[in-house]
Design a protein around this ligand. Structure first.
Ligand code: BG6
Ligand code: MG
Length: 221
């Protein structure tokens, strides 16, 4: 890649500290059904759609429900999740994320969201970032869940760019796999071991600038 032209951000766990609320709400649902989910099992839920997350959880608990009942369970989880983000503001932004997004926008480079969430618009609006994105691709627009690359491919297309000109920021194993399969440079944000398949890994976005990304991308080649 000559110069990074497009920046695609996952939402939960990269821009905002909401991954913990998803886990808490899924755990509450599992507990209500009489079992528990571990933090390790939760890693596999990150980046995965609401519907597929529920299917995965029910498999852990060895339980089966009709489609109608599953829809109700997913709605119940979402109502708890939405309740936990109802007072969301800038304080829930993860360190460095908004600063990096603003720098990218100011530099005239392209920005897209690439999230599985159907709550992304609400979250971006309440944290003041909504207007900065050139494209918002989220769970309301996709038919495939990460690790399928669809969400990022749609993001690159909406920006008018090729995947090889874009980087993807991700906190989930499934998201890193999706970005790699799609031909993007994948940037893991979080644990080095968990995200070891990424092109490179940052512990968080604190102090992360365009220059830092350009340098890491150049080293990766
Ligand atoms: C992803 C999260 O961003 O969005 C998952 O990592 C979540 O945990 C998925 O299940 C769907 O989110 P929502 O807000 O539509 O239930
Ligand atoms: Mg995430």
């Amino acid at each position: 890649m000559k110069k990074v032209k497009g920046y695609i951000f996952d939402l939960d766990g990269v821009i905002v500290d909401t991954a913990k609320y998803h886990y808490k709400s899924w755990r509450r649902l599992a507990n209500k059904l009489g079992f528990d989910i571990t933090i390790e099992q939760n890693e596999n839920l990150k980046g995965v759609s609401r519907k597929e997350s529920l299917e995965y959880i029910l498999k852990i608990g060895g339980q089966s429900f009709s489609d109608i009942e599953q829809t109700k369970l997913a709605e119940l989880k979402n109502s708890w999740y939405v309740e936990s983000i109802s007072n969301m503001d800038e304080s829930e932004l993860l360190p460095g994320a908004a600063e990096l997004i603003r720098e990218i926008k100011a530099a005239g480079l392209k920005l897209s969201l690439g999230s599985a969430s159907k709550n992304s618009e609400r979250i971006l609006k309440s944290t003041g970032l909504y207007d900065l994105f050139d494209a918002i691709i989220d769970g309301t627009k996709t038919s495939e869940s990460k690790p399928h690359p669809q969400v990022f491919l749609m993001g690159a297309e909406a920006l008018g760019l090729d995947p090889e000109d874009c980087v993807v920021f991700e906190d989930s194993i499934n998201g890193i796999k999706a970005a790699n399969t799609g031909g993007f440079t994948s940037i893991g944000v979080g644990d080095e071991h968990t995200l070891r398949e990424a092109s490179f890994i940052l512990p968080n976005l604190e102090g992360c600038t365009i220059a830092v990304i350009e340098e890491k991308v150049a080293q990766h080649k």
